[in-house]
Design a protein around this ligand. Sequence first.
Ligand SMILES: Nc1ncnc2c1ncn2[C@@H]1O[C@H](COP(=O)(O)OP(=O)(O)OP(=O)(O)O)[C@@H](O)[C@H]1O
Ligand SMILES: [Mg+2]
Length: 355
Amino acid sequence: MIAWRCFCCVYPEEQPETRSENKSRDYPWEIYSLKELLQATNNFHQDNKIGEGGFGSVFWGRTSEGVEIAVKRLKTMSAKAEMEFAVEVEILGRVRHKNLLGLRGYYASEDERLIVYDYMPNHSLITHLHGQLAEDCMLDWPRRMRIAIGSAEGLAYLHHEANPHIIHRDIKASNVLIDNEFEAKVADFGFAKLIPEGVTHLTTRVKGTLGYLAPEYAMWGKVSESCDVYSFGILLLEIISAKKPIEKLPGGVKHDIVQWVTPYVQKGAFNHIADLRLKGKFNREQLKSTVMIAMKCTDSNPDNRPSMTEVVEWLDGGVGRRKKEVSYVENTAEEEDEKNKINADLKGLKWKDRV
Ligand SMILES: Nc1ncnc2c1ncn2[C@@H]1O[C@H](COP(=O)(O)OP(=O)(O)OP(=O)(O)O)[C@@H](O)[C@H]1O
Ligand SMILES: [Mg+2]
């Protein structure tokens, strides 16, 4: 049934003038017409361009109903990938979670492949940590922690609840978008599967981005959920410190974020890890437990890494309940107990692999 529907979407006998209304169905996505998306994005005008990734460009647009959208225009793919593309989009369109970027729909023809998403007005984490909005310092500590927990929840859903289970393979700051309320939305999940063999990412042959790749994936191409857990650990360190996953030191030597953070953790100098732009306004216990969780996630041995469900539990327990995030209140005895448990659990972390 899915294949039949997809076939119709990909090879329509006649291109519909307007979007096909699919509203009465149990399919949450729309099939857009090319005309509507051209109108919405002013013919993919350069001024509408939000950015460019390894697989295509993203454009801002507004539909005839006034809804803001982001349209990803994929680089040309081979005809044989058409059916696969449609099946994948169907699957992704059914995946719904508050921390995953909603797929609104798509358009596909022989020479155009467009994916339509909700537009995220607060852009991505990368813009706030290292890009145009970095100086504005909109990410205070509670917001950072909320984004960390939200992305962990989105990822845990993909790994453990989505059917079929989805391994993201490209968790990184530009793929964590931020909505109006500064809630995280993980983007491009399952996206790598939409790309036919032969189309490689800009930065590496293995799909994914240097600096976030688990060693076993980078070296032997071994993919599993724990590769995402590793990338998530790197992302956590990045959120806390605003350091890039790989920094170039003077003299051209490259230094990864785990190498950078390890001596501070060993010395217990956690305060040095926090982004200077926070000006010391962070909860020290939360900082410590979050760093320890990140260290667990980035263990070089995938068997020692936690599952994303565990990460969510630890972040929720160690970082503090969301409702308390707005203020820096003293922890209750119950929270202290929970925190101690997390710390005891994290003590098993071994350093010898890193140094
Ligand atoms: N729905 C959206 N709303 C707002 N900005 C978006 C949206 N989708 C993508 N972007 C932004 O557009 C830019 C390009 O995204 P794109 O996913 O193509 O590339 P990338 O994330 O940098 O790399 P990759 O190709 O590995 O995913 C990124 O800065 C991304 O954060
Ligand atoms: Mg992306």
